[in-house]
Each structure stands twice: as structure tokens, then as C-alpha cells.
Ligand binder design. Structure first.
Ligand code: GUN
Length: 292
């Protein structure tokens, strides 16, 4: 294999340790707190939420997970968020997405106090991000910027092609990397599946961020020699040979692309662990901002 593996698991562990030390240094001055709300029983969401809670605990962050039934009404959820907005024990509030279809997710996102919006999903925080004055950096894109920095991959002046335009990854990724700032300053193209010639775009990428949510969608012929490949996909594909009946795969064809790329993130163990590490960092930031 030619590409160097970007070890997100190990970088995330370093960041979590840094946060743990910073939290410990607060000593008697209180403790950052994160409230996580999960509505319903989506199995992937249950795993994510459990991992977030455990990571908080290990970093010394007070964390509570409110598990609400699938039948929870929008009004009940909004009331829960309102109570947390006014609860001084919690500095961060995270509502795990997706929400059940009878709940208006945008309304819920906008109900979270921007000062506690550690996901950076509130339009106020999205706007601050776009103008380069963010309160919080959105967790997954910020985790990717951090990975590039810690591997000395400088996006400045490079062409980054972001595959996918979601509000959680694609759009905030582009907004972060286009900023005139250290660790950014890139030329950014946001591409998606409706492109007339997607391959012509991806072949231009010095850095390709795949966040399209389709297993092994990006193949080696779509990638430039020596490109940096960041795989945000976490797809469950059926695999009867595994005890749990599925395996996790990214949005890129790892085996063949690793022969062509200069760097590549694995799935699992690449971008995924960084999302949680950045969430802890944002919770600490929220605590610091609210206690200034
Ligand atoms: N669902 C998938 N990713 C995320 C995330 O980063 N935050 C929240 N709240 N929900 C998600």
C-alpha cells in the first residue's frame, strides 16, 4: 500500500487527553456539562450517543443522556430543550439526528440556545462560521481540519473537492476550509451526485472529502495520483460472515484508492473518532464562554 494512513483514533485520543487535562485544571471552579437528547431507537444513533457519553465521562465532563420515546411530541421535545437552556449544570446541548419524521428538526435545532449549541447547527452559529467568527466549529468538519493539521497537510492554495452538501458535513466543511485562516485558505468545490461529470471534478482534487453517504461510491479512477483522501462515510453493509451481520464501510473504495493516494483515512478509525473529540472540545469552549 502506498498511502499513509491518517490515524484518527490516535489523534482523537490525544485531543481527548488534552481536554481532560484542561478540565482537570478547572479544579474547584465547576465542571463542564453536556446534555445529549436521543429520540427513538435508531441503532446507529444509540451507538453514537453511548460513545459520546462515555467519552465525556473519561474527559471529566458531566454528561447526561435523555432518552425519549419515538412517540415524543415536538412540543415535549422543545420543552425539554427549553429546560436545558436554563439549566446552569449544562453548557452544551446536543440533539442527536435524525429525529422521527413527525418532529420538525429545523425547529428543534433553532430551539437550542446558540451559546450551548456544541454541534454548531443553529443558524446563528452557521452564520458566524460563514463570516469567519465562529463560536463553535462544527464537530466533524473541525475534526477533519484538525487531522490535516496534525499530519502537516496544509490545505492553503490546494483544491479541496467536498463530495456532499449536507448541513452537518459538506456545507460546514466548505465554509471552514475556504476561510482566510491558518489550516484553511483552500480553493473549495462542493460537488454532489447531480453533477453532470462528477469524475472530472473529483479528479481535480488535491484533497477529496467524501461525505455522500453511499458505500464505496468513490473508486480509484475518480482520484488523482497522490491525492489526500478523507472518508466521512460510515455505512452499514450486510455481511453474513460477521457475527453482527454487517460491516462498516466508508464512501471510498479503500483498498484500491490506498494504492494511489498519498494519505487516506480508514473507516472505522479515521474521521469518526474525531467528531467525538471535537464535541468534547466544544463543550469545554461552551463552559469557558458561559463562565467568562
Ligand atoms: N447525526 C449524525 N451526526 C451527528 C452529529 O454530529 N450531531 C448530531 N447531533 N447528530 C448527528
Amino acid at each position: 500500500m502506498k498511502a499513509q494512513i491518517i490515524d484518527g483514533k490516535s489523534v482523537a485520543a490525544q485531543i481527548r487527553e488534552e481536554v481532560r487535562n484542561d478540565v482537570a485544571a478547572l479544579a474547584g471552579n465547576g465542571k463542564p456539562g453536556l446534555a445529549v437528547i436521543l429520540v427513538g431507537n435508531d441503532p446507529a444513533s444509540e451507538v453514537y450517543v453511548r460513545n459520546k457519553g462515555r467519552a465525556c465521562e473519561k474527559a471529566g465532563i458531566h454528561s447526561v443522556t435523555r432518552k425519549l420515546p419515538e412517540t415524543t411530541s415536538e412540543a415535549e421535545l422543545l420543552a425539554e430543550i427549553d429546560a436545558l437552556n436554563n439549566d446552569n449544570n449544562f453548557h452544551g446541548i446536543l440533539v442527536q439526528l435524525p429525529l422521527p419524521p413527525h418532529i420538525d428538526a429545523q425547529k428543534v435545532i433553532e430551539a437550542v440556545s446558540p451559546e450551548k449549541d456544541v454541534d454548531c447547527f443553529h443558524p446563528f452559529n452557521v452564520g458566524k462560521l460563514v463570516i469567519g467568527m465562529p463560536l463553535f466549529a462544527p464537530c466533524t468538519p473541525a475534526g477533519i481540519v484538525e487531522l490535516l493539521a496534525r499530519y502537516n497537510i496544509d490545505p492553503s492554495g490546494k483544491h479541496v473537492v467536498v463530495l456532499g452538501r449536507s448541513n452537518i458535513v459538506g456545507k460546514p466543511m466548505a465554509n471552514l476550509l475556504v476561510q482566510k485562516a491558518k489550516g484553511a485558505n483552500a480553493i473549495v468545490t462542493v460537488a454532489h451526485s447531480a453533477a453532470q461529470d462528477l469524475k472530472a471534478l473529483t479528479l481535480q482534487a488535491d484533497i477529496l472529502v467524501a461525505a455522500i453517504g453511499r458505500p464505496e461510491f468513490v473508486t480509484a479512477d475518480m482520484v488523482k495520483e497522490d491525492a489526500v483522501i478523507i472518508d466521512v462515510g460510515i455505512n452499514r453493509v450486510d455481511d453474513p460472515s460477521r457475527e453482527r451481520g454487517y460491516r462498516l464501510t466508508g464512501d471510498v473504495d479503500f483498498e484500491s484508492i490506498a494504492e494511489k493516494a498519498s494519505y487516506i483515512t480508514p473507516v472505522p478509525g479515521g474521521v469518526g473518532p474525531m467528531t467525538i473529540a471535537m464535541l468534547l472540545k466544544n463543550t469545554l469552549t461552551a463552559y469557558q464562554n458561559l463562565n467568562r
